[in-house]
Write a protein that binds this ligand. Sequence first.
Ligand SMILES: *Cc1c(COP(=O)(O)O)cnc(C)c1O
Length: 411
Amino acid sequence: MTEHQLLKIEQEFESPVYVYDAEKIESQYKRLTDAFKSVKHLKINYAVKALSNISILKLFNSLGSGIDTVSIQEVKLGLAAGFKPDQIIFTPNGVSLFEIEEAAKLGVKINIDNLSILEQFGTKHPKTPVCIRINPHVMAGGNANISVGHIDSKFGISIHQIPHILRIVENTKMNINGIHMHTGSDILDIEVFLYASEILFETAKQFKNLEFIDFGSGFKVPYKLGDIETNIEELGKKLSSRFNAFCKEYGKDLTLAFEPGKFLVSESGYFLTKVNAVKQTTSTVFAQVDSGFNHLIRPMFYGSHHDIINISNTKGRERFYTVVGYICETDTFGNNRRINEINEGDVLAFKNAGAYCFSMASNYNSRFRPAEVLWHNNKAHLIRKRETFDDIIANQIEVDFSPKKEKQLVK
Ligand SMILES: *Cc1c(COP(=O)(O)O)cnc(C)c1O
């Protein structure tokens, strides 16, 4: 999308607003499927939690994608978007047996990552096929918060507990149809990923009725110049040939599944905000925008970098700005960034605002969550209205503290 198109969208829908470029989502999806085209059965299950607007889900449905869901609400959202139950996989962590049963009743694929729940579910529903989430204990990336494969992780069943899984399967006669791993959010090194995949293949051999192997996600996209990005094409080449060889050995053409979120939607997104005030202190020039970590929490929560550009003044002289928000708490979006000269009223665009941005937004400071716009076929479609004051008070229940009422109660 061009800066001019983004500016026009801000003029029409006002700030703060999220904008998603459908073409970028489609090209990322195609890049992934092209990289694995030598695999007979490939399934991409888009991770809904990255960006869960129903129109985005419908776009993925039209591309032939399935979805990966982590709550019963996401399952229902997927069904509402038109996905068939068998195009949905439920991959929760730490949810109740009841919630898993509810998802199974809706006919979606079930992924279990806990021995206790596996045994209970298998005992009650031995006929419902189940996929197992394995923790191969491989560290992908360096950030402990987003590496979910290490030994103390709450995710997955440890590979050291495979004998327990086998005992449960034997005792309950349940049917294991898939093996899954999701090692973390940053695959920097393809060799590390392939190493974890070998562990998964080794595990898969122990289950005779598999239909698919799910390699999770963790594809890294660039957030700034010089960032390492997962080389999808190289991974596709290497993993495809290894997977095809495994299928031969296994004696069946299994489905190779992935469940990316960030890779598919991150770069499609722009978050547009307006500068309320430029504030010069003795050491810093602050640009204060009409947003905060209530709308985009990644910089404050994960220390993430989002490039920020001034789309109102793309030719202006570059100066240093610290971009902050308007909520009553430290909400820095970027420190000492070189940005084209900013004037009050200018529109700043945050890049890579597709994944884990709107979906993590809140009403903190009693602010409205932003509107969302999908740019598709050269047209801006409003896909979520900005909230209004009615949304803020909708579920709140007022207690009457007037003295008269108190007396009546006493009587
Ligand atoms: C969040 C999540 C994903 C998506 O991860 P990305 O880093 O956004 O690609 C995939 N699988 C599971 C189980 C998840 O929880």
